[in-house]
Design a protein around this ligand. Structure first.
Ligand code: ADP
Length: 382
């Protein structure tokens, strides 16, 4: 109810309550008065009804003859006055309480927020206006809570990121140190052994180099420090060129390539170098997480929803449903894939690049062992 309507109700009650109570009391008093006192002596002449002087003389004469009746009338007047005062006080108290309660609640809520406690609920009130205020306050509380949770989540992610970076860097560094110590101690005592040791050191150094490069790209993308050189290009021709560049890699890994790229021309806004990185990361994953027997990779493109979809489907080890969202987070690697070379940054980088193109990227998988499809959607160039 609106404050103004509620106050009108209180005002009406403030009038009606004492009138009713005084009316009932007065009728009781009147009955007792008639029974108790000789009212027949209250001989008021007809003229007294229009002449107050004559009326007061007649009444005065009655009360002089019956002083108890005067006390009785005074008692009635006192009780009526008491009813008036009490009913007004009670109504005013009720009225102020109904406003005070939600305001006190808001005050308490402000104290909670100041103290960092955002886990309280608003009771609401009987007034529309105060309810609206409470609702706005509650929306603010929920937003603050969300921001607080996000901050905590980011803090946790940052710590996990640092833990993952140090872990992933530590592994190849430890192994490089081990091989160097081996050389120092003379374990690599033949030219073949020495070459093997040096090759391993070189390979491990490349892993670190890759990781540092990925890390730098990832953080530059996050900080929007990479400049994009967009041009309008046919995405179908671009994916075809990319596949040609990668054909040897697929052949080397015995991956059967199925080309379903549309023959149509589909223009999108494209930074060739960055988009090549996206497809390279997706293709690398299809190679790294391939199955042993009859691995295959199918690339399909088609135009729909005002843009172009590129599907890169492998029949490899697949991903569990719960992991599908997480794999785009920096350094996230599905359990079990840690034995395969990788930094956990490839999909995170791909996502940021695609989003900078105004597009979307996601993974689909029917589950472990059932292959994975990476979907890239890019809006058509206007
Ligand atoms: P990584 O360097 O580990 O490959 P990515 O960010 O490219 O990092 O991928 C994150 C994780 O997602 C991988 O560790 C792997 O577990 C999973 N993944 C990505 N692509 C595929 C795929 N095609 N098949 C199976 N798992 C995949």
């Amino acid at each position: 109810m609106k404050i103004k309507n509620k106050f009108a109700v209180y005002n009406i009650m403030m009038l009606i309550t004492p009138i009713l109570l005084i009316g009932v009391i007065s009728v009781c008093f009147l009955i007792i008065f008639i029974l108790k006192f000789p009212v027949e002596e209250l001989n008021i002449p007809r003229a007294a009804l229009i002449d107050p002087k004559v009326f007061s003389e007649a009444v005065g004469e009655f009360f002089r003859g019956n002083p108890a009746a005067l006390w009785y009338m005074l008692l009635w007047a006192a009780i009526c006055a008491l009813i008036l005062v009490l009913s007004t006080t009670v109504m005013t108290r009720l009225m102020s309480k109904s406003i005070e309660n939600p305001i006190n609640e808001l005050d308490r809520a402000a104290d909670y927020i100041r103290g960092g406690n955002l886990n309280f609920e608003f009771m609401g009130s009987n007034y529309d206006e105060i309810d609206m205020l409470c609702n706005n306050f509650d929306t603010m509380r929920r937003e603050l809570k969300k921001a607080q949770e996000n901050e905590q989540c980011m803090k946790k992610e940052r710590s996990m990121l640092l833990a993952n970076i140090s872990h992933d860097l530590k592994t190849p560094i430890t192994s490089i140190k081990g091989y160097i110590e081996g050389i120092r101690d003379g374990v690599a005592d033949t030219p073949e052994k020495m070459n093997r040791y040096l090759d391993t050191i070189h390979a491990k150094a490349e892993v670190i180099d890759d990781m540092v490069n990925n890390l730098s790209t990832f953080s530059n993308l996050e900080l929007s420090r990479l400049t994009f050189n967009f041009e309008t290009a046919d995405i179908n021709a671009f994916v075809n060129e990319f596949l040609e560049d990668y054909r040897l890699d697929f052949e080397k890994n015995n991956i059967k390539l199925i080309n379903n790229i549309s023959a149509d021309i589909a223009y999108v806004k494209l930074d060739r170098e960055k988009m090549s990185r996206v497809f390279a990361n997706l293709a690398d994953n299809a190679v790294k997480y391939k199955r042993e027997d009859n691995p295959s990779l199918e690339i399909t493109t088609f135009t729909r929803d005002g843009g172009v979809y590129v599907y890169i489907s492998d029949n490899g080890i697949g991903i569990g449903e719960k992991e599908l969202q997480n794999v785009f987070d920096g350094f996230y690697r599905v359990d079990g894939s840690r034995s395969i070379k990788g930094s956990g940054l490839g999909l995170g980088i791909a996502k940021q690049i695609v989003e900078k193109h105004g597009g979307k990227i996601w993974l689909k998988s029917d589950g472990l062992g059932k292959g994975t499809t990476a979907v890239v959607y890019l809006p058509a160039a206007g």
